[in-house]
Design a protein around this ligand. Structure first.
Ligand code: PBG
Length: 327
């Protein structure tokens, strides 16, 4: 056969396949989301997310020791408070759940890099991400509370803050307040491109943050849109975001690709609770090979252009990297 070009030539052996791999995955680019619940003695499995738990502060070592041993040294903290109110007081309380977790983590684990999710929905009695005015979420009234929340996280030791509320102008407000208080070195990772998604369902069970009425369509993005992703991304960059996030990940690979090729900052993708739940459910039913699917989906997010992956599968991915299943 007279055929000079044979793509299979580079696929013939593992060494060669690894040599010509176009997407490289590293443990350094993984972030693990961590749910911290008020109370003591709590290690509570999340029903819709088997293998994921809510921990009380003093129980955190059970998971943090495993993460660090596996080589995952970055976490994203979510708080689950005991009490909620209309103005989300627990979000910015000095002794709030995230603030107390930070004090412990930064004292006992200096090597752990702690990013905090900055949002009000886990702390409001109505479950919306901002302050209400009637049934509407009031953008401008919410901004100072978000900035206060971010500042209190940083004062408690957060290394980076990640606003996820989707209010207009919040990155700028947070940047200003942090700078005024001497924290100009703390980066902001903006959930810039966050769609209104049913893939957050299990998270809302985990964090008890489902809205009591209505939905989040008036502030999170419509999933039919992609140009709007660039509008959000560029606005947040103007306001001082250091990193941008696209969320969810798997149904939004095109958005990850467009955003990452249009901006000059690192782009993170958040593989959210519903993505995790679907993989676990299908694997439990015996319909898919869990490890293989975890590897393939993680690689697809990086291939689309993400620099960072926030994932509930961080421990598994770290293990598969060690085992050479992906890399
Ligand atoms: C808070 C927040 C949510 C998630 C991250 N931060 C929930 C929401 O917007 O309703 C979702 C994460 C996940 O589903 O894994 N606003």
């Amino acid at each position: 056969m007279d055929m000079t070009k044979r793509p299979r030539r580079l696929r013939s052996i593992k060494t060669l396949r690894e040599l010509v791999r176009e997407t490289r995955i590293s443990k350094a680019s993984l972030i693990y989301p961590l749910f911290i619940k008020e109370g003591t003695g709590i290690t509570e499995e999340i029903t819709s997310m088997p293998g994921q738990y809510r921990y009380s502060v003093e129980r955190l070592p059970t998971i943090v020791d495993r993460l660090l041993k596996a080589g995952v040294d970055k976490v994203m903290l979510f708080g689950i408070p005991e009490d909620k109110d209309a103005l989300a007081g627990g979000a910015y309380a000095e002794d709030g759940i995230v603030q107390r977790a930070l004090l412990k983590l930064k004292r006992d684990y200096p090597a752990l890099y702690c990013i905090t999710d900055v949002c009000l929905c886990e702390y409001t009695s109505h479950g919306h991400c901002g302050v209400l005015n009637g049934h509407a979420v009031d953008n401008d009234k919410t901004l100072p509370l978000l900035a206060k929340t971010a500042l209190s996280h940083v004062q408690a030791g957060a290394d980076m803050v990640a606003p996820s509320d989707m209010m207009d102008g919040r990155v700028g407000q947070i940047r200003r307040l942090l700078d005024q208080n001497g924290y100009s070195d703390i980066p902001i990772m903006s959930y810039a491109v966050k769609y209104c998604s049913s893939f957050y369902g299990p998270f809302r069970e985990a964090a008890g943050s489902a809205p009591a009425f209505g939905d989040r369509r008036s502030y999170q993005m419509d999933y039919h849109n992609k140009k709007e992703a660039l509008k959000e991304a560029f606005l947040d960059l103007e306001e001082g975001a250091d990193l941008l996030m696209v969320k969810p990940a798997l149904s939004y690979l095109d958005v990850i690709q467009t955003v990452s090729s249009s901006v000059n900052v690192p782009v993170a993708a958040y593989s959210v609770s519903g993505e995790y739940a679907m993989v676990k459910a299908a694997a439990a039913a015996g319909y898919i090979d869990e490890a293989a699917i975890i590897c393939e989906t993680a690689a697809s997010v990086f291939r689309a252009g993400a620099d960072i992956l926030i994932t509930y599968f961080a421990l598994e991915i770290a293990r598969y990297l060690d085992e050479g299943r992906i890399g």
